[in-house]
Design a protein around this ligand. Structure first.
Ligand code: GLA
Length: 424
């Protein structure tokens, strides 16, 4: 007998008898439904799982301080400064060349050529120098026909360019999104970043892949299977407005980040007032906030200031190993916003789970007035502990609290950061 749907039904006895099948079907349907609901809240993107970027990448990039005026002397001087100041020992190990490093056209064989006036020994020359310092070299290209500054892009040249990067000793590629001539579809964006991923992963060299798509097509939902980090926002500027806006956009994306795949709220502006006071609207309090919140959000820490001229205050921020430890915690969880109804409007409290069971708490006050903020242990720990060891990560002062209430008076645009360890 053939049923109307064309599917041959099972014999009557088999159809009516076993309730077990109905039960199993119901369980399967329920599990599928729950999985679908969970998928709405969980990161659908897989991580690359190639052993790279198990904690958020750290390093230096020339763009925020030098823009297009990049050259080998600058890169060498910054590599030297990373080592001399101890920042390399603190974990900053990538030295990244941004846009404008190349000639305006490819050579006859279709290869990119480093501008000989800027890089007289080519990219191989500068990578040898950076490697001799125990550091790694990053470079910049674009998933379109031209880079943002109008140099040749990698679109349709991915195979050649990835092989050249590997041959030159490049360890990181920041891959931008200008002049992409895209049809605007999601698949078009995904394909561009996928092509470069494919060719990078075929090289005989590990190259960290930093996707710079500015958050246009919600890369946090798909870029984890292609790259190790993805920009979540438009470019940062050296202004408090920009810092605050980026924090607001990046903070809700916590569930998408993890070892090998990170939300990237762009590079640090810490220290740039000191070198460019005319354009700056932020000072050291705001820079401490940027550094605190980037670490709380497990963001890549890419320094964007001239380290050969950095002040002591800048170095104290960039070299705060207590805060860096929060960013680099091996559990690799991005801090989440905690609901604290009692706190003043416009402020937010974040909690980042750490590998040893402690939490990094950030009281963040983007408002223009000082605010008192509080948090009860019950909002961050499942059960209450006998006491809590609390360490202020900027004053480095340690206390023990038995009440389970943590509080701070937080200056306008400021952030107070604690490490809270429960003692059961
Ligand atoms: C884009 C990127 C920036 C920088 C510039 C270089 O704007 O988002 O980070 O790389 O291009 O032109």
């Amino acid at each position: 007998m053939i049923s109307a749907s064309g599917i041959r039904p099972a014999p009557t006895s088999a159809r009516t008898a076993p309730r077990l099948w109905q039960l199993l079907t119901a369980v399967v349907v329920a599990v599928a439904a729950l999985t679908a609901v969970a998928a709405l809240h969980a990161p659908p993107a897989r991580a690359l799982d190639d052993g790279q970027a198990l904690t958020p990448p750290m390093g230096w990039n020339n763009w925020n301080a030098f823009h297009c005026n990049v050259n080998a002397a600058i890169i060498r001087a910054q590599a030297d400064a990373l080592v001399r100041t101890g920042l390399a020992d603190a974990g900053y190990d990538y030295v990244n060349i941004d846009d404008c490093w190349m000639e305006k056209s490819r050579d006859k064989a279709g290869h990119l050529v480093a501008d000989p006036a800027k890089f007289p020994h080519g990219i191989s020359g500068i990578s040898a120098y950076v490697h001799s310092k125990g550091l790694k070299l990053g470079i910049y290209e674009d998933a379109g026909r031209q880079t943002c500054a109008g140099y040749p892009g990698s679109l349709y040249h991915e195979e050649t360019d990835a092989a050249d990067f590997a041959r030159w000793g490049v360890d990181l590629l920041k891959y931008d999104n200008c002049h992409n001539g895209s049809d605007g579809s999601l698949s078009d964006y995904q394909n561009r970043y996928q092509w470069m991923h494919k060719w990078l992963s075929r090289q005989n060299r590990k190259i960290l892949y930093s996707i710079c798509e500015w958050g246009v097509n919600e890369p946090w939902t798909w870029a984890g299977s292609k790259g190790h980090m993805w920009r979540t926002t438009e470019d940062i500027y050296n202004s408090w407005y920009s810092t605050k806006k980026i924090i607001a956009e990046n903070a809700p994306l916590a569930s998408y980040a993890g070892p090998g795949h990170w939300n990237d709220p762009d590079m640090l502006e810490v220290g740039n007032s000191a070198t460019s006071p005319a354009t700056s609207h932020q000072g050291f309090r705001e820079y401490k906030t940027q550094f605190s919140m980037w670490s709380e959000m497990a963001a890549p820490l890419i320094i964007g200031t001239d380290l050969t001229r950095a002040s002591r205050a800048t170095m104290r921020i960039l070299g705060n190993t207590d805060v860096i430890a929060v960013d680099q915690d091996p559990l690799g969880v991005q801090g989440r916003v905690v609901k604290v109804p009692a706190n003043p409007r416009g402020t937010s409290t974040m909690s980042k789970m750490l590998a040893d069971g402690a939490r990094a708490i950030a009281f963040y006050n983007p408002t223009n007035a000082r605010r008192g903020m509080r948090l009860g242990a019950a909002r961050i720990f499942r059960k209450s502990a006998k006491s809590y060891a609390v360490r202020n990560l900027w004053t480095h002062r340690a206390t023990v609290i038995t009440s389970g209430i943590f509080g701070a008076s937080v200056a306008a645009h400021g952030t107070v950061m604690f490490r809270v360890s429960p003692r059961w």
